[in-house]
Design a protein around this ligand. Structure first.
Ligand code: GDG
Length: 737
C-alpha cells in the first residue's frame, strides 16, 4: 500500500511552553491512540492544527513548534485566532454540533461562520495536497472537515480518500434544515469510503444523499458517474489493553501509594463497606444529558430513602467550549442541581453528589472506573461514547453495572447494559435501583459478554478494518476502470468494427441512448439522437436494432422514418426495417386480469407511482415516488408476487425504478439471438444499462462486444459511464463507413 495520511482538526499533541520553549505532550484520546498505529505503519503524515493560534506566536516560535511536530510526522495547519473563532467555535460548535445532535433550537445560521468553515477546510486541503503523492491514501476525520474530501479529490482524483464521522449523522428531516446541506454532502462525497459509528447514521446519510441528489444507491454503494463511493459502519473501539492493564496495576499498588483521589474514595468505604458509588463522566455538553441524570438521581434518593447515606454519585464534568453561551448556561444548571440534591439529601457525613468540574489524569480516571459499582451514562445524543467502553474494560474483577442511554451509538454493542431512554427520568430512576441491586452473578455474566466483544474489536482493529475497506473500495474502483472503454480499448473496438463486413448493433433505449426523466413519455429521441442514428445507419454494413422493454406503439412512433429494426417488450415483438411486426414467441397475456389489481393497489398506496400496460407485461413505475418508500414498496411487491408468478409462469424483471411482470421465457438475449440467425454478422455489439440487458450480455455470442452503461457489476465485457459517453462512442463508429 502507498502512504496513508491522517487529517483531523487537532494534531495528536498539545503544545505547552516551558521556560519559553515549546514542548509537545501526546494526546491520550481514542483517536490519537488508534491513528498513531496507522499513520506511522504506513509512513504517512498527520495533518492538523497544533492548538495554538498562529497570530498568538512569533514566527520564530511557530517555526520551532512546526519543527518539533515534523519530527513526529505531523504537519501543522496554521489558523489565526479569528479563524478558530468563526470556524471552530462558530460553524463547528454552534451550527453542525447542535444540529447533528438534534438540538435544532441551538443552531446558529451565520453566513460568516459558513464562509470561515469553507476557508479553513481549504487551508486543510491545501496543506494536505502539499504533502501527499499520487496514489496515496488519506483518512479525514470528523465534522470539522466535511468539505476536505471533495477539495482533495477535485485536485487529485487518484488519491483514495476515507472519511470518518465521529458524531451522529442526523435524519434527513433534521439535516435538511441546514442552508448549506448540499455543499456539506458534496464535500463528503469527495471521499471513496465514508464511515460512521452505527448503521443508523449510515442510513440517515444515504437517505440524505438519495433525497437531495437522487444518486443511484445499491446497498451501501453510491454511484456517481464513473465513481463508486462506499458508506459503512465501523463502531470505534478503545485501547482495551491500556485500560485493563492500568486497572490491574492500580489493584496491585499498596493503598498508601495510591493517588489522593483513590485514598478519598477508600475513606468513603471505611465509613460503611456497603456503600455504593455511581459514576458519571463526560465533557460538560448539552448532548450528554447531565441535568436529566441528576434529576433522575435526585428522584431516586427521594423515592428510596433507604439509600440515602449509602449511594454517592461521582459527577466528573470536563470543561468544554466555555465560550459558547449554551455551555455556560448548562454549567449553571448542573451546579444548581448538584447544590439542590446535596442540600436536600446530604448531611455532615454524607454528600450525595461529588461534583468535579475539571479534567483528571488518566490514572485517576481508571481509578474511578475501577471503584464505582455503577456507571450512569445517559446522553440525549452521542455518536458513540467511549466512556462506556472504558468503564467495561477497567472492571477487572468482572463486576459493575452500566445504565446506558439508548441514544448513544455504543448501545448497539452493549445489549447487556440496562438500557434507558434518557428523557424518561422515571425509567432511569428504576434502572439505578436495578443496577444497585443486581446480583453479582448476573453482573459477571453481563460484563463478561461485553468485555469479550470490546477486547476483540479494539481501536486497533477498528482502524485496521477501516483501512482494509479503503483498500477494497480502491480495488472495486479499479475493477470498474479496468472494464472502462479507454481511448486504447475504444480504438481496438473501432478497428474491429472497421474491418467487419456486416455489423449487428443492439442498443437499449432508456438509460443507454437517453437519460431518465420522471415521465417516461418525456424521453422521446431528441434531434441529436435522431441525427446520430441516421449517421450510424447510413452505411449498409450497419444493422442497428433498438432493443427495449418499451411497447411497440411507442417505439414505432418515435423511430418512424429511421432505418432501425425494433425489438420491443424485452423481446416479444420484432419489426425489421420495412416489414410488419412479428411475434418472436408464442406469448400469452391471459394472466393480466389476475395481476393487474395487485399492481393497482401499489399505485394507490404509493403516491407518484403509476402502472404501464404493455401487450405482454405490466410495469409498476416508482421513479416519481418518494425514493425510499418506492424501494420499500418494490420489495413488498416482489414478495407478494412470488407465488403468483410461479403459478402463471411469469417473470419479474427489476429495471431502473420499475418492477415489471411479464410472460416467462422472453428476454432480450433470446430475442437478439433469434434476430441474428442466418445473418452472418462478423461484428456484434450490445449496449444497455440495466438488469434486463444482462440477458443480452450473457447470451450474445462470446465474440460480441458487450457494453454496460454505468458502474454496477455486470456480465458485459466493457463499461461506459454515461449516456453522453455512449453517444460519443457511437458517433466515432458512425464515422467509419
Ligand atoms: C466524540 C463523540 C464519540 C473524559 N474525561 C477525562 C478524560 N476523558 C476521555 C474519556 C474518553 C473521552 O475523553 C471522551 O470520549 P467520548 O466518546 O465519551 O465523547 P466525546 O468527547 O464527545 O467524543 C463521541 C467520540 O467522539 C469518538 O468517536 O464516541 O460520541 O461525541 O476517552 O476517557 N480523559 C482524561 N481525563 C478526564 O478527566 N484523561
Amino acid at each position: 500500500m502507498k502512504k496513508l495520511h491522517i487529517v483531523s482538526n487537532r494534531l495528536p499533541y498539545s503544545v505547552d511552553f516551558v521556560d519559553g520553549s515549546p514542548l509537545l505532550t501526546p494526546s491520550v484520546g481514542g483517536l490519537a491512540t488508534g491513528m498513531n498505529s496507522v499513520y506511522k505503519e504506513y509512513n504517512g503524515n498527520w495533518i492538523g492544527w497544533p492548538g495554538v493560534a498562529s497570530d498568538s506566536q512569533s514566527p520564530a516560535d511557530l517555526a520551532r513548534i512546526d519543527a518539533l511536530l515534523e519530527k513526529e510526522g505531523c504537519v501543522s495547519v496554521h489558523l489565526s485566532n479569528h479563524e478558530v473563532e468563526e470556524f471552530y467555535e462558530g460553524f463547528c460548535n454552534n451550527t453542525i454540533w447542535p444540529l447533528f445532535h438534534y438540538f435544532a433550537q441551538y443552531v446558529d445560521f451565520h453566513a460568516e461562520f459558513w464562509d470561515a468553515y469553507v476557508k479553513v477546510n481549504q487551508i486543510f486541503a491545501h496543506k494536505t495536497l502539499e504533502v501527499i503523492d499520487d496514489g496515496d491514501y488519506v483518512w479525514v476525520h470528523d465534522y470539522q472537515l466535511m468539505l476536505v474530501p471533495e477539495m482533495i479529490k477535485s485536485k487529485k482524483p487518484n488519491i483514495t480518500i476515507g472519511y470518518f464521522l465521529h458524531i451522529p449523522f442526523p435524519s434527513y428531516e433534521v439535516f435538511r434544515i441546514l442552508p448549506w446541506r448540499d455543499e456539506l454532502l458534496k464535500g463528503l462525497l469527495g471521499a471513496d469510503l465514508i464511515g460512521f459509528h452505527t448503521y443508523d447514521y449510515e442510513r440517515h446519510f444515504l437517505s440524505s444523499v438519495r433525497r437531495l441528489f437522487g444518486y443511484e444507491i445499491t446497498f451501501n454503494e453510491i454511484h456517481i458517474d464513473d465513481r463508486i463511493i462506499l458508506a459503512d459502519a465501523f463502531p470505534m473501539g478503545i485501547d482495551y489493553k491500556k485500560f485493563e492493564d492500568a486497572a490491574i496495576k492500580i489493584n496491585q499498588t499498596p493503598l498508601k501509594e495510591r493517588s489522593e483521589v483513590h485514598r478519598e474514595l477508600e475513606k468513603y468505604f471505611l465509613m460503611d463497606p456497603d456503600r455504593k458509588l455511581v459514576l458519571s463522566i463526560d465533557r460538560l455538553d448539552y448532548s450528554k444529558g447531565i441535568p436529566n441524570r441528576l434529576r433522575a438521581f435526585g428522584r431516586f434518593l427521594e423515592n428510596h430513602p433507604e439509600y440515602r447515606g449509602k449511594v454517592t454519585l461521582i459527577l466528573l464534568s470536563v470543561p468544554s467550549r466555555n465560550n459558547v453561551i449554551h455551555y455556560q448556561r448548562l454549567r449553571s444548571e448542573v451546579e444548581e442541581l448538584v447544590g439542590s440534591i446535596n442540600g436536600l439529601y446530604g448531611n455532615i457525613n454524607y454528600t450525595p453528589v461529588w461534583y468535579f468540574y475539571r479534567t483528571m489524569p488518566f490514572q485517576n480516571l481508571v481509578e474511578l472506573y475501577s471503584m464505582c459499582d455503577v456507571a450512569l451514562i445517559t446522553p440525549v445524543r452521542d455518536g458513540m461514547n467511549l466512556v462506556a467502553k472504558e468503564y467495561v474494560a477497567s472492571r477487572i474483577n468482572k463486576t459493575g453495572v452500566m445504565v446506558l442511554s439508548e441514544m448513544a451509538g455504543v448501545v448497539k454493542e452493549m445489549g447487556e447494559a440496562i438500557i434507558i431512554n434518557p428523557n424518561d427520568e422515571n425509567q432511569t430512576e428504576k434502572a439505578i435501583l436495578q443496577a444497585l441491586e443486581m446480583p453479582v452473578d448476573e453482573q459477571r455474566k453481563r460484563l463478561a459478554t461485553m468485555q469479550e466483544r470490546l477486547k476483540r474489536y479494539d481501536v486497533f482493529k477498528w482502524a485496521k478494518e477501516f483501512v482494509g475497506s479503503l483498500q477494497r473500495v480502491n480495488k472495486i474502483q479499479k475493477d470498474f476502470l479496468a472494464k472502462k472503454i479507454t481511448p486504447e480499448v475504444g480504438k481496438s473496438i473501432i478497428d474491429k468494427f472497421e474491418n467487419a463486413g456486416k455489423r449487428a448493433i443492439f442498443l437499449d433505449y432508456d438509460g443507454t441512448l437517453t437519460g431518465f426523466k420522471a415521465d417516461p413519455q418525456e424521453v422521446q429521441p431528441d434531434a441529436e439522437l435522431k441525427k446520430l442514428i441516421d449517421e450510424l445507419t447510413e452505411s449498409e454494413k450497419n444493422i442497428v436494432t433498438i432493443i427495449s422493454g418499451r411497447d411497440k406503439e411507442t417505439l414505432s412512433k418515435w423511430f418512424e422514418g429511421h432505418q432501425v429494426n425494433l425489438i420491443c417488450e424485452h423481446g416479444v415483438w420484432l419489426r425489421r426495417i420495412g416489414e410488419d411486426w412479428n411475434m418472436l414467441t408464442n406469448a400469452s397475456n391471459s394472466w393480466m386480469p389476475t395481476i393487474r389489481p395487485v399492481l393497482e393497489s401499489y399505485v394507490d398506496r404509493t403516491p407518484g407511482s403509476f402502472l404501464e400496460e404493455k401487450n405482454y407485461s405490466l410495469v409498476w413505475h416508482f421513479r416519481r415516488a418518494e425514493a425510499e418508500l418506492g424501494e420499500l414498496r418494490a420489495k413488498e411487491l416482489r414478495d407478494e408476487l412470488t407465488e403468483l408468478v410461479a403459478n402463471h409462469n411469469l417473470e419479474i424483471m427489476e429495471g431502473n425504478k420499475v418492477v415489471e411482470v411479464k410472460t416467462g421465457g422472453i428476454n432480450k438475449g433470446a430475442a437478439a439471438n433469434s434476430f441474428l440467425l442466418n445473418m452472418n454478422a462478423d461484428f456484434i455489439m450490445g449496449i444497455g444499462d440495466d438488469w434486463t440487458d444482462e440477458f443480452l450480455f450473457k447470451e450474445l455470442p462470446e465474440t460480441a462486444i458487450t457494453v454496460k452503461v454505468g458502474i454496477k457489476h455486470t456480465n458485459a465485457a466493457y463499461k461506459l459511464e454515461t449516456v453522453e459517453a455512449v453517444r460519443a462512442f457511437l458517433k466515432k463508429l458512425s464515422k467509419k463507413k
